[in-house]
Design a protein around this ligand. Sequence first.
Ligand code: GAP
Length: 487
Amino acid sequence: MSEEIFKKVVSHAKEYGFVFPSSEIYEGLGAVYDYGQNGVELKNNLRQYWWKSMVQLHENIVGLDAAIFMHPKVWKASGHIDGFSDPMIDNKDSKKRYRADQLLEDKIERYHKDGKAQKAADLQQGLDAALLDNNLEALKQLIVDHEIVCPVSGTRNWTDVRQFNLMFSTEMGAMAGAEDNKVYLRPETAQGIFVNFLNVQKTGRMKVPFGIAQTGKAFRNEIIARQFIMRMREFEQMEMQFFVRPGTQQTWYAYWKEARMKWHHKLGFGSEKYRFHDHVKLAHYADAAVDIEFDFPFGFKEMEGIHSRTDFDLKNHTELSGKKLQYFDAELDENGKAYGNYIPYVVETSIGLDRLFLATLCAAYKEEQVGEGDTRTVLSLPPVLAPVKLAIFPLTKKDGLPEMAREIMDKLKYEFTCFYEEKDAIGKRYRRQDAIGTPFCITIDHESLSTQTVTIRHRDTMVQERIAIADIQQLVQNAISWKTLLD
Ligand code: GAP
């Protein structure tokens, strides 16, 4: 059932201009997607929701927009050159490549579905232990012991498990081939924040604790990409690094865990759709990590990570660059002594914008029975996030109604996104707006000419009421205020 809903969401996303496969006329490009005319609006709105809550509403958090290309040493210091890899395994018959841990996770899910809870628990334990030890042989042995077959060839003819680095690289400058010219497409936006730590701290006169927030593209050569925009090779992250006094990181970790969960709940999709998942295998930089998972139609999956990153990054950049990435803390401790110089510890919040987009689409997508034998598809988006806020329809194409509708549009288009349409019956036009989540439609009819009123139709209740043209702006503005989400 859920799989069916997911298929519907994916085709809806394409049919209504939210998401298209990249380079589709050339059969697409694996795990790369483009956002269409409605998708780009929804994505921008989601980005704004994050940015406003992080930067605009926190006096001690500022923004940054660092370049995608960075000095190659950044990725040495961050540990990505040596440690940013996934365990992969190939099937010799199909020549298909898989992530070894994901094959095992799929098997665990299969055991659960088949009611084999003990087998699932045993395999989970084995998997956790192998990942924790980075034991590639143990992973292979689990694949053999649990008789996992390649979904394509159906055979168990596997290679050994190897590590596969996920970073994309390219060359900078004219001299192709020279190792010195090698640059990477950033696999996370976080490093742009770390290397600018001093620039921002000094020029912004920031005092610990403070944060730097950034949104932008990240690139990972994922071994397997699946579930639509869930796992992409080019995606967007929204990350915030919060710099704190050493020793206070657990307090701030708990603070951000709760704050981020609240932010998700505010979207109004139901708190039961979210849960925390503590990491068993910590990333190379973390001393504590938790995911906020969302209940996608294909199960609970990671949407956001909150990591206590210690001083790992700033310390390593200090060592490799020779620049002291330190903070001088003039405040006094309980003994009356200044804290002095130290490398701050970092608590990070990191959310994938594309995953947030997918979660939003899945949660908002509804098929509803309306009257006898009639149905509608509606995106119940929070109004402030909707791609179009107000659709404007003249009832007919004549009698001065289009002119009056255009006049209203020309006044309101500066305030919020409006959409004008005069083709087809009103019912059809309403349905098309429901499908993209437009919270309000107004219809200009003959009565409008004499009374200066219009019919406004509400998306969720489908209730229609007559209001003065002069009142439209305020009514819509109240409903789409950022306060509805941020307050
Ligand atoms: N700076 C920390 C970091 O990058 P991560 O858990 O690897 O941590 C953070 O990634 C978030 O980025 C994830 O929670 C997810 O939402 C998103 N993300 C990661 N890989 C992705 C991919 N291949 N496609 C889409 N989103 C991805």
